[in-house]
Design a protein around this ligand. Sequence first.
Ligand SMILES: O=C(CO)[C@@H](O)[C@H](O)COP(=O)(O)O
Ligand SMILES: [Fe+2]
Length: 228
Amino acid sequence: MSYSAKIGPSILSSDLSQLGNECKRMMECGADYLHLDVMDGHFVPNITFGHPMVECLRNTLGPDPFFDMHMMVSRPEQWVKPMAAAGANQYTFHLEATSNPGNLIKEIRESGMKAGLAIKPGTTVEELAPWAGQIDMALVMTVEPGFGGQKFMEDMMPKVSWLRSQFPSLDIEVDGGVGPSSIHKCAEAGANMIVSGSAVVSSDDPRSVIALLKNVVIEAIQKRSLDR
Ligand SMILES: O=C(CO)[C@@H](O)[C@H](O)COP(=O)(O)O
Ligand SMILES: [Fe+2]
């Protein structure tokens, strides 16, 4: 078992005019990484930001914070090199957005980033499985991608459990509607990378929310290792 509990706030629901400060605030409150949502208005019905913003954030925040880029874009191939140059650490693309996942994973790796592979709620985990041996992280979406603040889809948990049973050391991330009321389901199913947007960013006490989420995942990982 080589994975660990990590909490990555999604800054989508923060004051975007204060993005650098909001990212700093999240890191100071105990975030393990930052989950940056890139939307192109085509793959999803919303627009956020692209690599120029990522470059500014990297310059402002310094080399340390790990940037997990959630690329909700059509033709994800076109942004690999610009994102790597901007200082992204992990490039998480959607399986639904490409016809050649294998080649894209190779390009991401060659550009020096880790490769993440995401699936929307309507995509089966069996479709992701052939690539699981080549990626650094699988992202199981627990809402339809496009917006923060949506309701957690508990019926996605069998996908997480199945992935954990088949790929015991893979990083598995959940994203969408995850907070104190849904974290137990995610942790029990086997997720270890937890994206949380509104539950963390809109809280009066983000430090406590991050600590709570992390403790639940740590306990589930410990329990799983004892059960083996
Ligand atoms: O990728 C997405 C939405 O498409 C997410 O990263 C959300 O931004 C997470 O926000 P909450 O659902 O936790 O508020
Ligand atoms: Fe996301």
